[in-house]
Design a protein. Sequence first.
Length: 436
Amino acid sequence: MATDAGGPIPRFPAGFLWGVSTSAHQIEGAADRREPSVWDVFTAGPGRVRDGSTAAVACDHYHRHREDVALLAGLGVRAYRFSVSWPRVRSGDLGFYDRLVDDLCAAGVRPVPTLFHWDLPAGLDWRQRDTASRFAEYVSVVAGRLGDRVTKWITLNEPAEHTLLGHALGVHAPGERLLLDALPVAHHQLLAHGLAVRALRAHGATDIGIANSHGPTWPASREPADVAAAEFYDTLLNRLFADPLLLGRYPDGIVASLPGGAEADLEVLAEPVDWYGVNYYAPTRIGAPRGGRTGFGGVPLPAGLPFSVREIEDRPVTDSGWPVVPEGLTDLLTAFRDRYGDRLPPVVVTENGCSYGGLDDQDRIAYLDGHIRALHRAVEAGVDVRGYFVWSLLDNFEWAQGYTQRFGLVHVDFETLERTPKASYAWFREVLRAQG
Ligand code: BGC
């Protein structure tokens, strides 16, 4: 029985989908067997990744996926969220995903592919509207090949982070520093999402979602300047990527920064999804812009943004410095329900997890335990939550942090590529068992 000081984790509704998540660029390796992505180009530049590493080999999941499927089966998850590498599909290698999907089905684990998790083929650019159409064509190819076995799909992963970190601040690929001029990148990804939903439907898909990152925004104080800055940030993180999908309109004040004609696309953006995926890690404390160094996840922010990120000092932090705030998940989901009402489809938590080192990762267990309970409180409060996916199955290439942060339930030795389940793997297995 999964217990802690708080007793057993309460039962979730029947049919609740328990899973774990990964992404292609972070685990697959075999970079020599696919076209390059913007991340390959980005990491080749000096000083971009904390430990100077690349994802050329990563976890070598491409060659070791059978072992990883066995780990999933041993864990007892019902579903596995992975991503399909668009560059790999462009190089003609859909066979890898064929084998992966077959092996997952044989192991009784439901495949849940994400069609874009930041590894845009090099040479494509989200500033160009046409990229959305290219994406829909690629989605059609994947759906045509895997749609006989895959029934649950995710269009995009975190277009908010890809816009902010990759195109506004330049700390992720492709390394653009456009600040608020990055907003067309947001629109074109949302357009890509809508077109992908249509392409998937044309292939008969009936269970389609998106994985958007969200978290509560805490104003630094009650001063009007801090509150206004927090509202602006909240619009960027929590409304920009949700309002068009769920309400069919952009939040006030955004349209002026979008490409001309963006409003005419809203009908495509609002193509109904069957469920809404939320990736939750932590709240953000936001105040008015101020001089000096302000950070975003440890990254200094350039001047010129209408907000600054403040430390959340009164909470424990993970190895990546992110505060541990389980109740933020309850607050976020109930706020979503209140804001969107009947327009909010069933919710799935598509990512939640933390970076901690070591095999006896009791901190991760405490983090996950706290967040799963917080999720249950959202269910009790009437939010229709249908699933929860831990980020991540494996330690992996953690983007600009390289291999310095470990989010896995399974430890990976990046010299030998040996996998070793951590204490949290055994703990989560027991949680799943107890949930039936
Ligand atoms: C991303 C993952 C990433 C995780 C931890 C999420 O924003 O979807 O790819 O590894 O956070 O940083």
